[in-house]
Design a protein around this ligand. Structure first.
Ligand code: UT7
Length: 312
């Protein structure tokens, strides 16, 4: 057993195609002013036919490994958080491992929807601490555009595509978690994709759940990490709606923290939203080495998971 685990690098894949609110199909009957005022979204990235959950994952993870100077052959485990694979079987993680050149890695998918990256990060840290893996790649990747009903303005305006990745290794000082997680299957109908169907979303019900539940989960994640919200340098919630993010930041009292706003030009990318935001904030200097960041995922299931990490 090793004493701790840490993130050593992030990577991202943002599809090149930018779709602004005015570029959405006219059949949706929506407009830029409504979308911006209700969600904060100005544009999102939509993957092209040559970009898949697997290819975007491999690109993001490859960049994270290169950034950390790690040979892909040394990766022991690949965890892919996604809910938008085009196939029920097989999952995508093994294909990501092969595309990376992680020839001896174990690999499995995690479907905890928008909370998936936080579940994956916690599982990666546990695997490293238990000694079952030395180097773990965790990816959140979604091509939700495949699963949209492009005539449903209540959902099609929200989502985007992309992938973000983190590499986790052993550390003398614990700097991932502990995680505070939970679920409520009685709320499973709030967000679903039925067999053969497209994404359904009860947006107002999810909004109410998020604005009444997330504050407590966030505070418990801080307590588990031995800090208070005022000690946070960054708050990186799942990028579901800027109004949810703003309400959470206000109620939490994280007065010294920079709050992630990646949703504005990325949309809601489900499991990819937190690592995409972290990768960007690390690259542009808003997240600095040693910063303490609260990550808070929530989504279909319902599932949720919050944990404090140290920025590499
Ligand atoms: O990642 C996990 C999943 N994330 C979420 O579910 C996000 C949580 N929910 C939300 O972000 C918000 O609930 C939405 C952005 C989805 C919707 O915003 P809202 O403020 O809750 O709007 P609403 O659904 O209550 O609709 C208000 C009005 C309705 O019109 P009436 O009945 O008052 O006349 C809707 O028909 O706005 C109408 N509307 C729209 N109008 C223009 C709903 N969607 C649109 C639209 N454009 N895209």
């Amino acid at each position: 057993m090793t004493s701790g685990a840490r993130i050593v690098a992030f990577g991202e894949h943002r599809p090149p195609r930018v779709v602004g609110n005015d570029d959405l199909p006219a059949a949706l009957g929506t407009d830029d002013a409504w979308i911006q005022s209700r969600t904060g979204i100005r544009s999102r990235r939509i993957a092209g036919p040559d970009e898949s959950v697997v290819s975007m994952s491999a690109d993001a993870a490859g960049k994270a490994l290169a950034g950390a100077g790690i040979d892909p052959a040394d990766v022991d485990l690949v965890l892919l958080a996604t809910c938008s694979m085009p196939t029920q079987v097989p999952g995508g993680a093994a294909q990501v491992a092969s595309a990376l050149g992680a020839r001896s890695a174990g690999a499995f998918d995690i479907n905890a929807a928008c909370a998936g990256f936080c579940y994956g990060l916690s599982a990666a840290a546990d695997a490293v601490r238990a000694g079952t893996a030395r180097t773990v790649v965790v990816v959140g990747s979604e091509k939700l555009s495949d699963w949209m009903d492009w005539t449903d303005r209540r959902s099609a305006i929200l989502f985007g595509d992309g992938a973000g990745a983190a590499v986790v290794q052993a550390a003398s000082k614990p700097s991932i978690g502990p995680v505070v997680w939970g679920s409520d299957g009685t709320l499973s109908s709030l967000i679903d994709i039925p067999a053969g169907g497209k994404l359904n979303l009860d947006g107002p019900a999810v909004f109410r759940w998020a604005t009444t539940s997330l504050g407590d989960i966030a505070r418990r994640a801080c307590t588990a990490a031995g800090i208070t919200p005022a000690d946070l340098d960054l708050v990186v919630p799942h990028q579901a709606n800027l109004r949810i993010i703003t309400a959470l930041a206000r109620s939490l009292g994280a007065t010294n923290a920079v709050v992630a706003d990646d949703i504005v030009d990325t949309g809601n990318t489900s499991a990819a939203s937190i690592p995409l935001a972290l990768a960007r904030m690390t690259a542009d200097g808003r997240a600095r080495p040693g910063d303490r960041a609260l990550l808070l995922g929530f989504g279909a299931g319902m599932t949720w998971a919050g944990l404090v990490i140290e920025v590499p």
